[in-house]
Design a protein around this ligand. Structure first.
Ligand code: AMP
Length: 547
């Protein structure tokens, strides 16, 4: 066979020829959607590549983005890697401290930033010695932050840059092992860690993601991009969408649940994805205001555990079967997707949803194993619980320039995910917790994810996060922080009663804190770190209770 490199160039060129009439749109606050065709997208992307060359971008240079989801961001997703440079998507929600570290560590040369986000960058721009230029993208939103405009002599405007550039006439020949993109994990300890994606990893990942047994993405889909384009490649969906020629809608600046409902309804979206917190809020709004989201054939849900009750509500109330997936920035990001096997179709409803509540079986291309503390591989029996380890063509081999993280990789070539899981005889993976989120009460392990999911099945509960708090007798005990649905009043005792028959005695929280909102991370997941800090000096009301 030919030695043909697996690069993103093939996807772009094929799409340019086959799908010129397909459409791309971006939500613009306060106005109609911006719309154009794949043909126009391809032409502008080739102009943008010409502009990158004129700005002195060379192979291997890191070109950063600091933006919301938009068609301009999509143009960068393609023009940068196809030019041989590396697309570095910056998480706009990180602190100035982390962003300064990340940009300097990556050595970014240019930052393409949305105009509304410039004030955030202005705060630490002087601390970025490698950044030669900031290119400003007009996103049509009001400025974020309060430190004033950041315009300076080196800033250039995106639209003028693209309009004034000569389009490239072709693309450089790339190796499939060349870097295409990079992304830093929203790491919880130490400095954020960089992951570099090769063209080959992205190419194979997109093929797998589109498979019928994964998300089944095809040309006749209309995809709404909600997952931020700085979170794990937006789960690679903008690449996969161009690969298949699907219509695409970008959620634009700071989308709120109402924007998402309106976009799904008006654009007849068939496929979208986001973290569970987004779907909890969208469900509430759809139930209250009756938005029509029946065009959806499925919703990818992942990034943290998707409660069974939430999945059941989407199926029952809106006729949408969610696709529960597990992955990581370090895995481009897809690892597993839940689908019922053909012979499970006539199982009783509850039993089927027990399967949907797991994160699915490993994708083609991903090897998975679970390993105990001594490094022994555990059986796939649904009981043995150990660290989930993975390997495959789109799994990180090492962090970028970060020798301290060598312990995340095993001597025999596997990546240690830091997730604790069981795998059953059918191959379905159940994520029990992050290693650091597990609760050890009197020698018994408590899965905070299990307890949270059970609490969120209570009809009056909107969100629940369970953390370990210190206990004089049991060392740690679970504390449940619960947010009631708007307009509902809930007593802690109601929740304890609701859980009593469902949980082992030691896993039953002794105490429930009713709170206004669960704090969220920069990518919208429950931020238990903040809760742990808030309750670190927690004194149990009854130190002899339970377990
Ligand atoms: P990130 O790199 O930000 O996407 O975070 C990856 C981590 O999110 C994983 O290691 C898991 O701890 C968590 N995660 C992702 N998907 C799921 C899921 N479906 N259920 C539970 N945890 C998940």
């Amino acid at each position: 066979m030919m030695s043909y490199p697996l690069t993103l160039t093939h996807f772009f060129e094929r799409s340019r020829r086959l799908f010129a009439r397909k459409t791309i749109a971006t939500r613009v606050p306060g106005g109609p959607l911006f719309r154009y065709t794949y043909g126009e997208f391809a032409e502008r992307t080739m102009r943008l590549a010409g502009a990158l060359a004129a700005l002195g971008v060379r192979r291997g240079d890191r070109v950063a983005t600091f933006g919301w989801n938009s068609h301009r961001h999509l143009e960068l997703y393609w023009a940068v890697p196809l030019s041989g440079a590396i697309l570095h998507t910056l998480n706009i929600r990180l602190s100035a401290h982390d962003l300064t570290y990340i940009i300097n560590h990556a050595g970014d040369s240019i930052i393409f930033a949305d105009a509304s986000l410039l004030p955030l960058l202005a705060a630490f721009r002087d601390a970025l010695p490698t950044v030669r230029r900031i290119v400003v993208m007009p996103d049509g939103a009001g400025a974020v932050g309060s430190s004033g405009a950041a315009a300076s002599v080196e800033d250039v405007a995106y639209e003028a840059l693209v309009a004034g550039a000569e389009p490239v006439s072709g693309w450089p020949e790339l190796r499939e092992t060349d870097a295409a993109g990079m992304c830093y994990t929203s790491g919880t300890t130490g400095h954020p860690k960089g992951v570099v994606y090769t063209h080959r990893a992205m190419f194979l990942h997109c093929l797998a993601e589109a498979m019928a047994d994964q998300f089944g993405i095809s040309e006749d889909d209309r995809i709404l991009h909600i997952v931020p384009m700085f979170h794990a490649n937006s789960w690679c969906l903008p690449f996969t969408a161009v690969m298949v020629g699907a219509d695409q809608v970008f959620a634009g600046p700071n989308p709120q649940p109402r924007d998402i409902c309106q976009l799904i309804q008006a654009e007849k979206v068939t496929f979208t994805g986001a973290v569970p917190t987004v779907w909890i809020a969208v469900k509430e709004l759809c139930e209250k205001e009756g938005f029509d989201i029946s065009s959806l054939r499925t919703i990818a849900i992942g990034g943290s555990a998707a409660p069974k009750s939430l999945q059941q509500a989407y199926a029952k109330n809106f006729g949408v079967q969610m696709s529960h997936a597990w992955g990581m920035t370090e895995m481009t990001p897809l690892g597993t997707v839940t689908r019922l096997k053909s012979y499970m179709g006539d199982w009783p409803e509850e039993k089927k949803y027990d399967v949907f509540a797991r994160v699915g079986y490993p994708s083609v291309g991903v090897d998975a194993r679970i390993v105990d503390d001594s490094g022994k591989e555990l059986a796939w029996d649904g009981v043995g619980m150990g660290e989930l380890q993975v390997r495959g063509p789109w799994v990180v081999a090492s962090y970028y320039d970060n020798a301290e993280s060598a312990d995340r990789f095993t001597a025999d070539g596997w990546f240690r995910t830091g997730d604790v899981a069981t795998i059953d005889a059918e191959g379905y993976v159940q994520i029990t917790d992050r290693t650091k989120d597990l609760i050890k009460s009197g020698g018994e392990w408590v899965s905070s994810v299990d307890v949270e999911n059970m609490i969120m099945a209570h009809p009056k509960v909107l969100e629940a996060a369970v953390i370990a708090v210190p206990h004089p007798k049991w060392v740690e005990r679970p504390l449940a922080c619960v947010v009631p649905k708007p307009g509902c009043v809930i007593e802690p005792a109601e929740i304890i009663d609701f859980l009593r028959s469902k949980l082992a005695r030691w896993a039953l929280p002794d105490e429930i804190e009713i709170i206004d909102a669960v704090p969220k991370t920069s990518v919208g997941k429950f931020d238990k770190k903040v809760l742990r800090e808030r309750y670190k000096n927690w004194k149990p009301r009854d130190a002899t209770a339970n377990a």
